[in-house]
Design a protein around this ligand. Structure first.
Ligand SMILES: NC(=O)c1ccc[n+]([C@@H]2O[C@H](COP(=O)([O-])OP(=O)(O)OC[C@H]3O[C@@H](n4cnc5c(N)ncnc54)[C@H](OP(=O)(O)O)[C@@H]3O)[C@@H](O)[C@H]2O)c1
Length: 330
């Protein structure tokens, strides 16, 4: 079987460039050992962790890491028969051979109202991360004010919808006026564009959360998040999900000291990785599906078309070009 994959040609120097990647042909032998199956990729996910883990999880010459929504085309695996839709840890490939340990989620029972690529966003790593961050880490409660940075992104838009379902006042920040509009449309009570308000961040935070913040979903880290901590109410909880503000920096980012507000407001900060919550995947997926069927949860994605455009879609996402989950449909 003739397939294609995208390799990292040279290590990134700061922001990824198109010339850091190369598309190469791959011949995949079609004979299968017990447990193996062949697949075709239907959609590829471009995510911030792919940038953050460069050098550690993959190096120049390696296939770029990542997940794809795939369909099984030939199988010697009882569980994953021909036609099954899966989310696979297969890297940036348009097809190939895999086995059970490569499977992240089975996604052949998604509601008909969403596109199949929702397996990478709303029902993928992003959506489940939003659920874990609010339900298990911060344990948000009705009536609380909750703040989401990266408000319009893959994780952020699902976190906002969950917050509204749980009866919270949902506020946040994002990087363009178009995103501010999108956020208001999906139910945020108040949002600001942090790029426009960088000189008066404290005032912007006070404006959207005049009663203070009870829970913070931290997608960005850095000095922005240090500032948010000063606006948290006593006993506030922070789910530390990511620090995208630093992923493309070539020197370590210094942020203002955070210990003073943590101590004086007795805050709880907890870092979390979705992969540590495997036993909760089913419950999270069932909740997200139920809310979709009830009309309370929508799938939002930025779709790029064509395997050859995966690097462009990745770079665009890192630059903030996506509203909702950035996916590439093949
Ligand atoms: N802990 C986990 O298991 C886990 C799982 C999934 C994701 N994450 C993390 O969650 C965060 C969001 O991921 P996602 O998949 O939902 O990505 P995303 O928000 O869909 O896309 C990335 C967004 O980051 C924002 N951004 C880029 N540079 C920034 C900067 N310097 N400062 C502030 N924001 C910046 C951009 O939006 P703006 O236009 O708003 O700047 C961009 O659209 C990331 O930090 C990611 O690493 C963690």
């Amino acid at each position: 079987m003739k397939c294609k994959k995208i390799i990292l040609k040279q290590m990134y120097n700061g922001f990824p460039k198109k010339s850091d990647f190369e598309i190469v042909d791959e011949d995949v032998a079609e004979d299968l050992q017990n447990g193996e199956f062949l697949y075709e990729s239907l959609a590829i996910s471009v995510d911030p962790y792919i940038r953050a883990y460069a050098g550690a999880a993959y190096k120049p010459g390696d296939t770029v890491i990542g997940t794809a929504l795939v369909r099984v085309t030939k199988s010697k695996n009882e569980q994953f028969q021909k036609g099954k839709l899966l989310v696979l840890h297969c890297g940036w490939r348009n097809g190939g051979k895999a086995k059970e340990s490569d499977v992240l989620f089975v996604r052949d029972d998604m509601p008909a109202s969403v596109p199949e690529s929702a397996g990478l966003g709303l029902y993928g790593i992003a959506g489940l991360t939003a659920w874990v961050g609010w339900i298990l880490v911060c344990k948000i409660k009705e009536g609380e004010t909750i703040f989401i940075s990266g408000a319009a992104g893959a994780v952020g838009n699902v976190a906002a919808q969950i917050g509204k379902i749980k009866g919270c006042t949902v506020v946040g920040s994002c990087g363009t006026d178009e995103k501010v509009k999108f956020c208001k449309n999906i139910g945020y009570d108040a949002v600001f564009n942090y790029k426009k308000e960088s000189e008066s961040l404290d005032a912007a935070i006070k404006r959207v959360a005049p009663k203070g913040i009870d829970c913070y979903f931290d997608n960005v880290g850095g000095s922005f998040s240090s500032t948010i901590l000063r606006h948290m109410n006593a006993g506030g909880r922070v789910g530390v999900c990511g620090s995208i503000s630093a992923y493309n920096e070539t020197t370590p980012v210094l942020a203002p000291i955070v210990q003073f507000p943590i101590v004086t407001s007795e805050l709880m900060l907890k870092g979390f990785l979705l992969r540590s919550y495997v036993s909760n995947y089913k419950e999270a997926y069932e909740d997200l599906k139920k809310w979709t069927i009830e009309g309370k949860m929508k799938c939002h994605e930025k779709v790029t078309k064509g395997f050859e455009n995966v690097p462009d879609a990745f770079i665009d996402m890192l630059r903030g070009g996506n509203v909702g989950k950035a996916v590439v449909r093949l």
